[in-house]
Design a protein around this ligand. Sequence first.
Ligand SMILES: [Zn+2]
Length: 350
Amino acid sequence: MGNMAFNDKTLRASNQTAWYPILFDAATGKVHDRYTYELTVHCPDCEALYLSGSEPARGQSATFKSAEPAHLLLFAGQFAFRESDPMFFINTNLPEASLTSLQARKDDIIAHYEELLQIPYGGDLTLVATSSTAVKPGFSFVSYPTIVFVGNNEGTWDIGNLFDAQTGQYKDQSIRFLAHEIAHYYVGTYFKPGGPLFWGFNEGLTEYLAARYLRQINRDDLHLAAIKQWMNQSAGMEHYVPIADVTEADQLAFDAYRYNFVPLLLTILEQEIGQDAMDQWVRLLLQRRSATVDLAFWRESVLELPVSPAVSPGGWAAVWADFEARFLRDPQSRDHALRYGESHFLPSSR
Ligand SMILES: [Zn+2]
């Protein structure tokens, strides 16, 4: 669980701080933290108030309502915000050109996801920029429909670093990052995995989708950079367990595994079953909405795919059995994945 953060000017409390009642279903391992709400916030020292899922308000008191379930992220204090039709930017201090380019990129990402996944995006996003209160340099997270950037005006995670210093335009190198955060509507909100592979799917599938977007816009160079990063981080993992041996969600709750090794595995699966089947599988998965995600679930969901004539005589069962044995079950599965990546994804050194 996260902490509430007070800096000199604002209070930030996300769903992860559990500042409101959150239900945990022990039978399925699922956390229920999105609610419809009607809440009145009083804050005598505040100039502005924001509750995720509603529009920000100026003043010391406001009643927020949401008929759509939202993660309850509260941001209150002394900050400015602006509506840049239709996205709210809270406390960002970004120039107009930057807001416009970010918004254009966001619109493009959402349009691609909607077409690929055949699910309308959940609604407009709000962007909050704030500073870190910890030694940690900064980070970013989504409390849908809010994307929060926690930077320190010069740290890696400061929102200003997403833009080119000269032109103010949204940087190509930052596209995957935004695509990841935006994909969290589909993974983590629309589809809410539970169970032992929760972290692997919640972050790994999101990261895979972000990289999938890079290919949709023909940026194979950026996609290759993602794969290289995943391979490097996977190679450096200290606590490695094959997917088949994961029994607790916490076993995957570290970044090298969930943000890097899992998307590498998903990219290998895509290579093995083909792009069309992979896209179908992701669509099928999202329609489960809520599922206990473990190896059996993963296997069964792939085996449900319609078989095309291009698939080997054994159908998906044979393709999957080979994938599972090599990459999910074998104690050396990480090495297999890295070698596969070198031979299939990296450009030949010849
Ligand atoms: Zn994420």
